[in-house]
Design a protein around this ligand. Structure first.
Ligand SMILES: [Ca+2]
Length: 511
């Protein structure tokens, strides 16, 4: 079997997608797909295609840290998917794990249910609101076999918050946000589940996730379609990788960057095995594969999680400013791709896509009814992904929090920090993607328009659950003064640590 050269591939990609955009689907010789444009959450009127869907999310990966965005980190399997699929040039997620994953699962911005700020900490007792109708539930209702492998991070304090109770037929992985990749522990407590049962298994988490995903595909009953949400913990801190992957990067002197690169290549290998399993099963032609990071790469140790990391952190967001935890492009515009042989012509989708769009897009493909969900914030992106039309989205809501917000309409983006000392920045993202040139003083009209939009969105926001939890934890804790028989030097841990530890111990005892 011969493969086209890069030049041939590029020419073919450009022509195919251009023809489809100009001449419509019929000109390109494929079935017409009539998607509803302009109305968030509206599904297509066309009969659903009901593909298998393998939805892969990486964790804290830098925009540039994939081969197809120019990295020196080896990601040959992702690169192959990008080359034969659609690169997502303006795919936006939320700036941290919990809000991003919540938006994916609900199709709704996280300020609508209190998950807009921070992440659910290991000691947190709250989770994703139970009255949200999740993507997994919609897919399950539509007759899909639903499976989740990997990191959940949408609530762990009560079993009702766990994936098995939220629309997934099976679950395998950690519930909290950051674990030791070999020990599967957070704060010394194992956080590793099969369905609702705590399990102890040896191995590197990324490898175990890949193995589980391959087994799910291999054993899948093809009489109904599969929805697999594969949420890797790579390349999140702590930066750890098996020696065989570290050995692939002798040229990288910085041990953090070396481990980070090794984590990504290890994940890429597992993704390669997943694609091979689809081929082996004979279902590749009827399977949509999506991949993206849940937020930008970490550029500040403040947002590196609970691991101790210092210095110049390894993730690389390319030209994009800053990283995880911030509202700048480096925190929110993430590397991504979609791949479906025969349905998605190779090329690039250059329009605005928000992670909230994936719910209505996948629901339409699956034939899932949009009846039980609350009003969606996303658009059906199928026309845009498949090269048949422009993106219907004109606005990106980066996040709305009581103390900061950012919204982009067209090319203009406002970053607003109203907390004193306040800051307002306006950027022309098309002209200045690196956000270096603050236009706020010279473009007063745009500033006022976007401020008003933020005020309007904020007026319907639920207060962040994290802040309520922090107040409760802090003010509900006993005095932190040293006990009578202890010196101040060996004082008891702070209230947050003690609460988190007790809490996780309780989880571990749960069966
Ligand atoms: Ca993350």
């Amino acid at each position: 079997m011969s493969h086209p050269t890069d030049l041939e591939c590029a020419t073919l990609n450009d022509l195919t997608r251009r023809d489809m955009l100009k001449g419509g689907a019929a000109a390109a010789g494929v079935a017409t797909w009539v998607a509803t444009m302009g109305a968030p959450g509206r599904a297509s009127a066309q009969a659903p295609l009901r593909p298998n869907i393998i939805y892969i999310v990486s964790d804290d990966q830098g925009w540039k840290d994939v081969g197809f965005n120019g990295s020196d980190i080896a990601t040959p399997h992702l690169d192959a998917l990008a080359k034969t699929g659609v690169q997502l040039e303006q795919f936006y997620a939320l700036p941290m794990c919990t809000p991003s994953r919540a938006t994916l699962m609900t199709g709704r911005y996280p300020f609508r249910y209190g998950l807009q700020t921070g992440v659910i900490p290991s000691g947190g007792s709250y989770g994703l609101a139970m009255d949200e109708w999740l993507l997994s539930q919609a897919m399950q209702d539509a007759g899909y076999r639903t499976a989740m492998v990997g990191k959940w991070h949408l609530g762990h304090a009560r079993t009702e918050l766990w994936p098995r109770q939220r629309g997934f037929d099976s679950y395998y992985g950690p519930l909290v946000g950051e674990i030791d990749h070999f020990k599967h522990e957070a704060h010394g407590v194992v956080d590793w589940y099969r369905d609702n049962t705590l399990v102890r298994e040896p191995g590197y988490d990324t490898t175990l996730f890949g193995r589980e995903a391959v087994k799910l595909i291999t054993d899948h009953d093809v009489s109904r379609p599969l929805f697999l949400y594969l949420a890797f913990t790579a390349p999140h801190t702590p930066y750890q990788a098996p020696q065989e992957y570290l050995d692939k990067y002798p040229q990288i002197a910085d041990p953090l960057r070396r481990a980070y690169a090794a984590q990504i290549t290890a994940m890429d290998d597992e993704i390669g095995k997943v694609v091979a399993a689809l081929d082996q099963k004979g279902i590749r032609e009827n399977t949509l594969v999506i991949f993206h990071s849940d937020n930008g790469g970490t550029r500040s140790s403040i947002f590196a999680g609970e691991s101790e990391v210092r210095g110049d952190l390894p993730p690389n967001n390319g030209v994009y400013r800053d990283g995880k935890g911030t509202l700048y492009e480096g925190g929110t515009r993430v590397c991504g791709l979609a791949n479906w042989p025969g349905q998605l012509p190779p090329g690039k989708a250059s329009g605005l896509i928000h992670i909230a769009d994936m719910y209505p897009t996948l629901a339409a493909l699956a034939g899932a009814k949009l009846e039980k969900n609350k009003p969606l914030d996303g658009y059906n992106m199928w026309d845009h992904l498949s090269g048949r039309g422009e993106s219907p989205r004109q606005e990106i809501v980066y996040n709305i929090e009581p103390f900061r917000a950012a919204v982009r309409q067209g090319d203009y983006k406002l970053v607003w920090l109203p907390l004193l000392p306040g800051r307002i920045e306006l950027f022309d993202i098309a002209r200045d993607p690196a956000e270096k040139d603050n236009l706020a003083e010279s473009k007063g009209n745009q500033v006022e328009t976007l401020k008003q939009r933020i005020e309007d969105l904020a007026s319907s926001a639920v207060q962040p659950l994290l802040l309520a939890q922090m107040v409760k934890t802090t003010f509900g804790a006993p005095p932190s003064t040293p006990k009578a028989d202890e010196s101040p030097v060996t004082a008891t841990p702070g209230p947050n640590e003690a609460t988190g530890q007790d809490f996780l111990s309780a989880i571990e005892r749960r069966d």
